[in-house]
Write a new protein. Structure first.
Length: 223
């Protein structure tokens, strides 16, 4: 199933709650919330209290993308704030299995992320333990960067590995997803698409989401 997750990083932060409602009314499947600590990535965004304050604006899942050095320390906070899916990086400083276990113990879906330069094979030992993989298709830290086509092979190899193991994994891509790139990622095996500038840039977010969904659906191998 194709899922479109608007990245609120590109929204008008002075109207954060209204932007969540606007995305929900525009056909979003979930809200993608980018948490950056200025250490794991060279930028700072927002943390659990802001996410908690947004929770009342929609019942749609909160897809919380942690770009922080020590995710394990903060899992309980983000779960309590209303996260449904929690993603952390394999390159971060927390033990992977323990962090996955903490996410699950907190009642959330667990997701592991790789930066563009990290081989996707590093995730393979953990595939049975998680619900989603996030393949970064730009260097994490900022919205509005161009898609890196060299990440497509990683998506393909991951989808093949999941098929071989009989795993119905959600494969999410994040960074530079737009009308010109979403089909490439879908064809490679992604089914969950984060889009910031491609959704918040155009005046009509509903039309933008519909168009992205249509392009992804048409390019998905099963269809
Ligand atoms: C980047 C973030 C992305 C970003 C995507 O580190 O994880 O979610 O906001 O923005 P676009 O779609 O504009 O590349
Ligand atoms: Zn993100």
């Amino acid at each position: 199933m194709i899922k479109i997750a608007p990245s609120l990083l590109s929204c008008d932060f002075s109207r954060f709650g209204e932007e969540v409602v606007r995305m929900a009314n525009s056909g979003a499947d979930m809200m993608h919330l980018d948490v950056m600590d200025g250490h794991f990535v060279p930028n700072i965004t927002f943390g659990a209290p802001i996410i908690e304050s947004l929770r009342k604006y929609t019942k749609l899942p909160f897809d919380v993308h942690l770009m922080i050095s020590e995710p394990l320390r903060f899992i309980a906070d983000f779960a309590k704030a209303g996260a449904d899916i929690i993603t952390f990086n394999i390159e971060a400083d927390s033990p992977v299995v323990e962090t996955i276990a903490a996410i699950r113990a907190a009642g959330c879906s667990a997701s592991l992320c790789v930066k563009p330069a990290t081989p996707v094979e590093e995730l393979f030992p953990f595939l049975d333990l998680i619900d989603m993989v996030l393949i970064m298709t730009v260097e994490p830290g900022f919205g509005g960067q161009p898609f890196m086509p060299e990440t497509l092979g990683k998506i393909e190899r991951l989808r093949m590995a999941c098929k071989r193991r009989g795993l119905k994994m959600d494969i999410e891509v994040d960074g530079g997803i737009a009308k010109s790139t979403i089909a490439l990622a879908a064809k490679a095996g992604a089914n969950t698409f984060v889009a910031g500038s491609a959704v918040f840039g155009p005046p009509d977010a509903k039309a933008a989401i519909e168009h992205l969904r249509h392009l992804a659906t048409a390019a998905t191998p099963e269809n």
